[in-house]
Design a protein around this ligand. Structure first.
Ligand SMILES: [Zn+2]
Length: 698
């Protein structure tokens, strides 16, 4: 066994390596170690800490923000998903948000609705579940669907009551945990004095404290908590957000005292400016303001888009800036063949995060032009060696705001965008649809194939652990993996793992290979939306995949419809789906008409099992699973709201009347659809009858 002093020096070494590779990972850099090595380092690190638990506090790097979820915490599925909010970056976005609400609810222009203003605390979301008034479980947000059980640590937060004076079956209260600025510097001073690693910002301190291996009573005492919403409850506690915050206070929770209700948007935006200018005086960091529709029955009517509520938006504060130098300009090739220039920066700290690369968008951006050909940055181009202002907002890839040409070296040369694909050497062409420069050699361009494979195993697709970028490249170069189905054939290529290990050589052991094969096996069962996303079809991102999955419900229904559509040369059925536009339809048809893509897909289908898409809160009503067509205008609903009600009930809304339609819903001043439905003998219902069908009781 290692002596303590040897363990300390090894821990020191490992913590440096792990921190470095983690930073590289979060800055989208190539890490200099493989994921396998990274995992080995982590497990060695954990093993050393289990031998010398007294060193845990000193080497607490594993629970910092962005850490891979710690296996010591139990993973628990949220009662209802913790949604994220859509973002607004300027006043115009807010006006649009209100306009969308107005038209969804069919309000007249003079009608205003109350919005509640709540600061967006830059901390850690926490869900607290009370059973019969007793704190039962505390979960971090995790990926929104599955969080980590941090109950033991949460119990030690003074703002989190262990019991509340309301004894209902289940009450889930959500809010934000933060580390106050006033005690943050104290904490860092203490850590520094004792030679320990400091936290780079209060958010990391909050996360590090809440997600410690072993609860630290003294440090947990410093954490604070603001309650702001209800996740799941067996009783309704209030009929507006404003009232709910008061109920929270009665239950013993703290709520944020900046919160305020506004009816007019002008006053709301003035208050935003005011809070923005006083934000540095607060004892917590805020990165924006959340506006929510105050009235709960209106919130219910507005409902959710695929991943965010229609009734709330986050108005972000302007991004943080830093100045640094461009060390190099690299061209990366994406899975759809787009050549994306990336600036490699001299590492710089922007708002607590070390940034070492930034997107340069496209050729025009480097040349000082926007996508319409107008000058940006007064037409200044961007070159290797230039001093640039870099900004980042939220978790998106950092961007370049400006370039300082007065500091430019006289010998610097303008950047020449390649004419040939740096990977396969094919000539690149500009795509007229989106002005991107693209390599069209999709099937035989290594960079594109590799990027497609990386996408296939990525978190939001097949989510296969242990397959980092380096490993996929290695497998591809060694001819082991050429297309998605090959992942599932890996096992058959290895007899008890031995042949494959010999073939793979350095860095691979029996255990690492076994782990990898296990995660591949586990990934075979996949949800429909994830499967659609994994195919990497252009323009079919996460959101479109969810829309398609929600509409078709099962892979067979989707695939049969696509095949039938292609056979008839008719993509009309896709246009009927709300949220699926022209580009997406063209791209879907193009993908599934491509012989080679189809061959690869059919191959893959032999190995996977695709789960049916289950709507989270499908309301069973008389229209569930029925097909409807709407005509005319309605008194109580806008078209958008009607569609959303139908979707929630699992009904499909089509645009035209045909034999397979179950109901025609007839409003005022209906069109020719009534006649056609009559001819086909399709059941017609008016607005009042429709309300009965959907159990409308608002
Ligand atoms: Zn290429």
């Amino acid at each position: 066994m290692l002596t303590k002093s040897k363990a300390i020096s090894r821990l020191q070494e490992l913590s440096e390596i792990i921190t470095k590779s983690r930073e590289a990972y979060f800055n989208l850099n190539q890490s200099d170690i493989t994921d396998q090595e990274y995992d080995q380092n982590i497990s060695e690190f954990q093993k050393l800490l289990s031998i010398y638990p007294e060193l845990e506090d000193q080497y607490s790097i594993l629970d910092k923000v962005g850490a891979t979820p710690n296996s010591r915490f139990k993973k628990v599925k949220h009662l209802t998903p913790m949604y994220s909010l859509s973002n607004a970056f300027n006043n115009e976005d807010i006006f649009n948000f209100l306009k969308q609400i107005g038209s969804f609810l069919d309000l007249s222009e003079s009608e205003n609705i109350d919005l509640i203003f709540e600061p967006k605390i830059d901390g850690l979301s926490l869900s607290l579940i009370y059973k019969n008034g007793i704190l039962f479980q505390a979960l971090t947000r995790g990926d929104g669907h599955i969080g980590e059980d941090v109950t033991e640590n949460a119990r030690l937060i003074p703002d989190v009551p262990i019991s509340i004076p309301i004894k209902i079956d289940t009450l889930e209260i959500r809010g934000e945990v933060y580390f106050p600025n006033s005690t943050f510097s104290e904490l860092n001073e203490k850590l520094e004095k004792t030679g320990r690693k400091t936290f780079s910002n209060p958010r990391n301190a909050a996360s590090g404290t809440l997600r410690q291996f072993k609860s630290n009573k003294n440090r947990n005492k410093n954490l604070c908590f603001f309650a702001y919403s209800i996740g799941n409850a067996t009783h309704q506690l209030a009929d507006s957000q404003e009232m709910l915050l008061k109920v929270f206070n009665d239950l013993g929770f703290k709520t944020n005292d900046i919160s305020k209700v506004f009816t007019g948007v002008e006053e709301l935006l003035q208050y935003y400016e005011k809070v923005f200018s006083m934000r540095t005086e607060l004892d917590y960091d805020i990165d924006g303001i959340v506006y929510k529709v105050n009235n709960f029955s209106l919130q219910q009517r507005l409902g959710f888009r695929s991943s965010s509520p229609r009734w709330a938006i986050a108005h972000k504060f302007p991004a943080e800036l830093s100045i640094t130098i461009i060390e190099d300009i690299e061209i990366q090739i994406g899975r759809t063949g787009t050549l994306s220039p990336v600036a490699k920066l001299k590492p710089v700290n922007i708002g607590g995060v070390i940034v070492s690369s930034a997107t340069l968008h496209n050729r025009d951006f480097i040349m000082g032009l926007d996508n319409k050909g107008n000058k940006i940055r007064d037409g200044a181009d961007i070159r290797k060696g230039d001093w640039v202002t870099v900004y980042r907002a939220g978790d998106v890839i950092p961007k370049i705001k400006d370039v300082d040409i007065s500091k430019r070296n006289s010998t610097s040369k303008s950047f020449v965008f390649p004419d040939l694909c740096p990977s396969c050497g094919n000539e690149v062409k500009i795509d007229k649809m989106d002005s991107a420069i693209r390599c069209y050699n999709s099937q035989n361009c290594d960079a594109q194939v590799i990027a497609g494979l990386k996408h296939f195993v990525s978190k939001k697709a097949f989510n296969i652990d242990g397959l980092g970028g380096r490993i996929i490249e290695e497998f591809y170069q060694k001819n082991l993996i050429q297309q998605p189905a090959d992942f599932f054939r890996l096992e058959s290529k290895s007899k008890n793992g031995s042949n494959l290990i010999e073939f793979l050589g350095k860095g691979w052991g029996e255990k690492s290979l076994k782990n990898l094969l296990h995660s591949i096996e586990k990934a075979k069962l996949i949800k429909l939306d994830r499967f659609l996303f994994s195919l990497g079809i252009r323009h079919i991102g996460e959101n479109a995949s969810q829309i398609l999955a929600g509409y078709f419900g099962s892979w067979d229904d989707f695939y049969n419809a696509i095949k039938a559509g292609i056979a008839k040369n008719d993509g009309q059925f896709l246009f009927e789906i709300e949220g699926i536009g022209q580009l997406m339809v063209t791209s879907l048809i193009g993908f599934f008409s491509d012989f080679k893509e189809r061959e690869k897909l059919e191959d893959l289908l032999n190995y996977v099992k695709i789960e049916k898409f289950i709507k989270l809160s499908k309301l069973e009503t008389a229209i569930t699973d029925k097909k409807l067509v709407l005509t005319g205008t309605f008194n109580a609903f806008s078209r958008a709201e009607l569609k959303s009600i139908c979707e929630r009930a699992g009904a499909k809304v089509l645009t035209s009347v045909s034999n397979n339609v179950d109901f025609l819903v007839v409003g005022q001043a209906p069109g020719s659809k009534v006649k056609k439905a009559g001819e086909l003998g399709i059941k017609q219902v008016n607005e009042e009858e429709f309300k009965v069908l959907i159990d409308y009781n608002l």
